[in-house]
Design a binder for this molecule. Structure first.
Ligand code: MTE
Ligand code: MO
Length: 431
């Protein structure tokens, strides 16, 4: 008797057989027949198979790492444990405001010790300022106006796994992003209190997290931003997330937050903000780190980052948060309520489009405005499925300058930054 197996189920139960059936070598379809493909998907029809590009890889699932961390959702996917890195599957990002337990984690080093009295945490502001300051978190709270907002945090490497050939680093799918509610004080209020000199052009961030080597002279990460971004009203020193003290894993007692820009600038456990008279050149600022080519380079080629620019504002992206990848719908289902979010760094999203026929045709989704600048936008759409079988729901967003997400991650770079290919989820309507 032949047992019908689901998309993910097949991989979960018999990954070797599934791989042998579907894939040749890693990530490349080896001229398999449509029949073999259907069998690998659990013996189902693929109604729009005629639109599948030659060699196209259906969104059939890879193995997921087990994840366990106090206060975090067990559905997060572990990408690495030294340093700790975990991403959020798109269906767990369905909430309009990301719950704390669902925000991705990206560490480059260890997790520092934090004093029980959080308000005693100290931050120094020095460099190109008239009055260098050392302020405790308690002083930050009492001296400067409290601000809050729903702000995006997105890793510069989000989408990296879609680069071909594979880029170096954590293989983020779409889950290195989230949009919680944050509260803190404006960085610009603090910088103004320190009195910026006319020579001030760039920030340089330092934090308390130890280097993985254990060598105390080594800096885990030290990135910075142009002064213009530092002075933006939404660039904050954050000490609360979703109405609670900022969890230690997310940089508590206090972190920087530069919404819309590569998350690496949003320094956690921040202890020093050094104001510089030139572009910062700390750990993670040079070479191919958080930098992308200005003119495209040959995918897979060697590069030391000559002619690259710093990745600042993140590119436009959209995700499907409902239905979940791999959802199986009962026989007779002909309509589903799809929804998700879209964002575009410092810009707004102008349009979101969906396709169920491998991009042969697109339908425009309903799209909300952001609740505030630098918040993601929600989209929704009733998607019609003409018959039973295997579908992929594809989504792509277009930013306010008319730039769309591409089908493939473009502008290949050695460490895989700024990859924003369409999000694709596998759906099945039972026969
Ligand atoms: N001190 C410190 N800050 C840091 C990092 C780090 O390793 N150390 N990682 C950065 C990167 S690359 C990202 S994407 C975000 C992730 O923030 P999260 O872990 O709160 O999601 O923190 C940034 N701030
Ligand atoms: Mo990141």
């Amino acid at each position: 008797m032949r047992r019908e197996r689901g998309l993910n189920e097949l991989y979960a139960q018999d990954p070797e057989r599934a791989d042998a059936l579907v894939w040749g070598r890693r990530g490349v379809l080896k001229g398999v027949s449509l029949a073999a493909l259907s069998a690998a998907l659990g013996g189902v029809a693929i109604p729009f198979a005629r639109f599948m590009p030659e060699g196209y890889l259906p969104v059939a699932l890879a193995a997921q790492g087990k994840f366990e961390f106090p206060g975090k959702h067990p559905g997060l996917v572990l990408l690495g444990d030294k340093p700790l890195v975990a991403e959020t599957p798109a269906h767990l990002l369905d909430d309009p405001v990301t719950p704390t337990d669902r925000l991705f984690i990206r560490n480059n080093g260890g997790i520092p010790e934090v004093p029980a009295d959080r308000d005693s945490w100290k931050i120094t502001v020095d460099g190109e300022v008239n009055n260098p300051l050392t302020l405790t978190l308690g002083e930050l709270r009492s001296r400067f106006p409290r601000v809050e907002g729903v702000f995006m945090l997105e890793c510069g490497g989000n989408g990296r796994s879609q680069f071909v050939p594979q880029a170096r680093g954590n293989p983020w799918t779409t889950g290195g992003a989230g949009c919680p509610r944050w509260a803190g004080v404006r960085l610009r209020d603090v910088l103004q209190a320190a009195g910026l000199k006319s020579s001030a052009v760039y920030t340089a961030h330092y934090g308390a997290d130890p280097h993985l080597s254990g060598d105390p002279t080594k800096v885990t990460l030290s990135r910075g931003v142009r002064l213009e971004k530092a002075m933006d009203e939404n660039s904050i020193l954050a000490f609360e997330m979703n109405g609670e003290p900022l969890p230690v894993i997310h940089g508590g007692p206090v972190r920087l937050l530069f919404p819309g820009w590569s998350g690496s600038a949003s320094h956690k456990w921040v202890t020093r903000i050094w104001i510089r008279d030139k572009e910062h050149d700390g750990q993670g600022m040079t070479g191919t780190s958080y930098r992308v080519p200005v003119a495209p380079i040959v995918p897979g080629s060697e590069s030391k980052g000559e002619g690259f620019r710093i990745l600042e504002s993140m590119p436009v992206r959209s995700i499907v948060t409902n239905p979940a990848d791999g959802t199986r719908f009962p026989a007779g289902t002909r309509e589903i309520a799809a929804r998700g979010h879209a964002w575009a760094g410092d810009l707004e999203v102008a349009e979101v489009w969906t396709s169920i026929d491998f991009g042969a045709s697109w339908q425009k989704a309903e799209l909300d405005r952001p609740v505030n600048r630098h918040a993601w936008q929600h989209w929704r759409q009733t998607v019609k499925l003409p018959t039973h079988g295997y579908y992929e729901l594809w989504v792509r967003a277009v930013d306010s300058r008319g730039v769309s997400q591409p089908f493939m991650a473009g502008n290949w770079n050695p460490q895989g930054y700024g990859g924003n290919a369409y999000h694709r989820v596998a759906l099945l309507v039972e026969a």
